[in-house]
Design a binder for this molecule. Sequence first.
Ligand SMILES: Cc1cc2nc3c(=O)[nH]c(=O)nc-3n(C[C@H](O)[C@H](O)[C@H](O)COP(=O)(O)OP(=O)(O)OC[C@H]3O[C@@H](n4cnc5c(N)ncnc54)[C@H](O)[C@@H]3O)c2cc1C
Length: 416
Amino acid sequence: MMIDFELSPRIKGTKNMIHMFAESALRPIAREYDTNEHKKPQDLLKMVQKVMGGGISGAFGTEEKKKEGEEPKEKKRRETNLAGGVTVEEIFWGDAGLALSFPGPGLGGAAVQASGTPEQKEKFLARFAGEEPVWGAMAITEAEAGSDTANIRTTAVLDGDEYILNGEKIFVTSGKSALVESQGFVVVWATLDRKAGRAGIKPFVVEHGTPGMEVTKIEDKLGIRCSDTVSLAFMDCRVPKENLLGNPEVVDKSKTEGFKKVMATFDATRPLVAAMAIGVGSAALDLLKKTLAEEGVEIRYGISPCRMTALERDIMKMDADLKAARLLTWRALWMLDNGQRNDLQSSMAKAKAGSAVTWITQKAVEIMGPLGYSQDLLLEKWMRDSKINDIFEGTGQIQLLVTARRLLGFSREQLK
Ligand SMILES: Cc1cc2nc3c(=O)[nH]c(=O)nc-3n(C[C@H](O)[C@H](O)[C@H](O)COP(=O)(O)OP(=O)(O)OC[C@H]3O[C@@H](n4cnc5c(N)ncnc54)[C@H](O)[C@@H]3O)c2cc1C
């Protein structure tokens, strides 16, 4: 199948509409919800639930739905994930913190999509289509298990028709929104057998109101301050047997199919994190170019590098980095839409976009001088908001490691 990056009229239309929404509804309140970290834009969240039917994160890993009676059209463009990426970029251009606070299935929903049975998808995802905002979350990280997910210590023990979970998770995005403020759920990664390593690790859906689960800490953060990030404790927390996503068998260490399926969650979400980064980077670059134009500073594209000013070189590198990140991201999403393995491309997109946005926002603050550092503009906020893209869902270093392994044909054990 030919790869084609001319956006379809449908995506272009959505992109323009979302851009207008981001500019008119998010930008004007971005500073307020950055300053008042734990305050939520309740009216906006309700409106997002109504209009977007589960928020932007509803796009995370979703499958294109056929209308009733519609015949599958071979030639029809498959672009649900690409459309999701373009939408995410535009919303994050508006504001990253607000965007991350939007209701929707989020990472938890993506895990259900990647590992759940058709019945589990039906049961756990239906709730996001209602009138009231609902959040999904995913809890992998622990004090001793961040990049090294195989070191997870939260345990799950089968007892009759239930699993009993014990352990503590940290840095769970939307954990409070999912479990305390809505009828949502968190997908918790726990081990059935530590000796089995990765093969023993399984995802469990823990629903709102389940006894034995508690929000123990709400983080104060550098950036994306409107998004809630929490620690969760599980103390003899019982979940129904059917809430284990996928195959409950702990298979031989060499056959970690179940774990691979869980990791496939990231093939869908890493390009979306890359799109988030590109949105923030574009916001900074747009503002910088607009300010320079207002000051009468011309950027002479197409001139020889030996005649460029340092400023022109910086702006062109910013442009090139953003475009490279965007192309990598669209390729990863296109592959996902077309049923192709995209783990390498997802990691490449996230590595590039995460480092690009961190550099671009810092450079923009630098070029703007004291004004860039001042809270009069949102630039300093975008600099703070950008760094998370190089941390969550696998740090930049881990993406480079995954990329190197795949390109060089090394196993996890051969290249650590
Ligand atoms: C705001 C926020 C939201 C988050 N949301 C979620 C969430 O919703 N769910 C969730 O489960 N987690 C979440 N996280 C956690 C996040 O995914 C982890 O912080 C991240 O995976 C890194 O793990 P760590 O913090 O333990 O760092 P570590 O793994 O301890 O790494 C520390 C440093 O060492 C580097 N490093 C580690 N191993 C290697 C290696 N082999 N080679 C080279 N460098 C290496 C890392 O890149 C990093 O720079 C969130 C974190 C933050 C800050």
